[in-house]
Ligand binder design. Structure first.
Ligand code: C2O
Ligand code: CU
Ligand code: CU
Length: 506
């Protein structure tokens, strides 16, 4: 379905609110396209085990009118199906690599044995198949999967190797939340991409793209350029996934309407939170419920990160991402004339027990740093530029002074232990720190307790420039002295250039 540009501009112009709202950028397409919804894949059960066949393949997509883009996808040309699992299910994944190059497939946020994790240690060589089997031990929520191949995660994810995972558990399905997939339960996989004039993807066009992480000027939602969504119910659950390589989105509506945040990375919150915007860095998820009962059109946008935000770029990094200071159009929403009424959001959702610091047996400390000249030292000079600063030196994104090395296990953790991890960001930009093996709870940043929207389970933690942030996590159930899990910055160019480490649970 295509809509005209005129209608689009009308929709965007409606109801501008908020102090720093500019005209949306990135709305360069002349037509709107109906938001694609990835296929829902529930697998097939054979004697109690749920089997999923996933083929990682290359493809061609017409993102831009009349032009074709070489892509990668899973069971399709771009992105993959939405995998649905139930808590407690035994699953068998059959992942075929038909890319013609090595890859891996990682289940982001899932608590699985290291061998089944799909990190850089579980390479699937070209032409072969990887078949991990594991049990789903997970709260109902929104997770995702993506390529995690050493050194080329950024490129492969950029080309399309990611998809959503929806997990249901008895707790979450008992609640009357919108849950008809593609009707009132809508995945929004949000990414930014850049294109050459011939339609091919631009990936790492300049050294800056490594330094800041790869940013593009065209938004894709579920692989759709200039998408429009037509709600047919009064309330819709959006499952927001920031699947960008590097860009942080500050999700909001252009009429500044309120929405309810019901879930974060690791499942539902204890209670819905009324909000008007939510910042998600790469890999972070949020489940929100939006009310369309007034029937008026609205746009999902990304507002700029205010310069005074603790997560805003500092010093010279600020000059590197000028587009971050503008609002970005993400999704046009035009509710159908008559809407099916939906029940209100229940007030009590999950029952998460907050972990206590005293449960931790130890604190591990990590310092994140970027190439020479990008450290906190330079912040004192404001925008000052040091002589000899170089971009894209490769391998200079470090954790505790070391780049990722497949031959080194950086940390060994005793199974069953609860630990506090303290992350110090010694650089001028925010790094979303992600750890495999499971979910954690954020304690604080610079001693300030995490805000309510971050008090659920999380697997990715934003650490602003100069900040020290802490989380608490239990390393339980799976031990394997020979196979490592990863922790890393989820700006994929930082990860690919060294800002990653390995740990085993023993
Ligand atoms: Cu989203 Cu190490 O991964
Ligand atoms: Cu992960
Ligand atoms: Cu980073």
């Amino acid at each position: 379905m295509k809509l005209t540009r005129r209608r689009f501009i009308h929709a965007v112009g409606a109801g501008v609110a908020g102090g720093y709202f500019n005209l949306p950028v990135f709305a360069q397409s002349s037509e709107l396209n109906l938001l694609k919804i990835p296929d829902l894949y529930t697998g097939h059960a054979i004697s109690g085990v749920h089997h999923y066949d996933l083929v990682m393949q290359t493809g061609e997509v017409n993102f831009l009118p009349g032009l074709s883009t070489s892509t990668m996808g899973i069971n399709g040309n771009y992105l993959g199906p939405t995998l649905r699992f139930r808590n407690g299910d035994d699953v068998a994944m059959h992942v075929k690599n038909q890319l013609g190059e090595p890859t891996t497939l990682h289940w982001h946020g899932l608590h699985v044995p290291a061998k089944s994790d799909g990190g850089p240690g579980q390479t699937i060589v070209a032409g072969s198949e990887w078949s991990p089997e594991f049990q789903i031990i997970q709260s109902g929520g929104t997770y995702w999967y993506h390529s995690h191949v050493l050194g080329k995660t950024g490129e492969q994810v950029y080309k399309g190797l990611s998809g959503l995972i929806i997990i249901e558990d008895s707790e979450s399905s008992r609640l009357e939340l919108p849950s008809s997939y593609g009707v009132d339960d809508i995945p929004l996989i949000v990414q930014d991409r850049a294109f050459h004039e011939d339609g091919s993807f631009i990936y790492l066009g300049s050294h800056m793209d490594v330094m800041t992480g790869m940013h593009g000027d065209t938004i894709l939602v579920n692989g759709t350029v200039a998408p429009i969504f037509v709600p047919i119910t009064s309330r819709v659950r959006f499952r927001l996934l920031n699947a960008a390589n590097a860009r942080t989105f500050n999700f909001a509506f252009d009429d500044n309407r309120e929405f309810q945040l019901i879930g974060s990375d690791g499942g539902l919150l204890n209670a819905a939170l009324r909000m008007r915007n939510i910042e998600l860095a790469p890999a972070e998820r949020a489940e929100i419920i939006v009310d369309f009962s007034d029937g008026s059109p609205v746009n999902l946008i990304s507002r700029p990160i205010p310069a005074e935000s603790p997560f805003a770029q500092q010093g010279m990094m600020r000059n590197m991402l000028p587009l971050s200071s503008r609002s970005i159009q993400l999704l046009t929403i035009e509710p159908q004339a008559t809407l099916e009424q939906r029940v209100r959001v229940p007030s009590a959702l999950a029952s998460i027990r907050r972990m206590n610091e005293s449960e931790a047996t130890r604190t591990r400390r990590f310092t994140l740093s970027m190439p020479m000249g990008m450290g906190m030292m330079n912040m004192r000079g404001g925008q000052g530029r040091r002589g000899g600063m170089m971009y894209g030196m490769g391998g200079n994104f470090l954790i505790n002074g070391k780049p990722m090395d497949m031959m080194v296990i950086n940390e060994r953790i005793n199974m069953g232990d609860t630990e506090i991890w303290e992350i110090f960001n010694d650089s001028m930009m925010t790094h979303p720190f992600h750890i495999h093996h499971g979910q954690f709870q954020i304690l604080d940043r610079n001693g300030v307790t995490a805000p309510p929207e971050e008090l659920g389970f999380k697997d990715t933690l934003r650490v602003g420039p100069g900040q020290t942030a802490r989380f608490i996590m239990q390393f339980e159930r799976f031990s394997d002295p020979d196979t490592a899990y990863m922790y890393h910055c989820h700006i994929l160019e930082h990860e690919d250039n060294g800002m990653m480490g390995q740990f085993t649970v023993i």
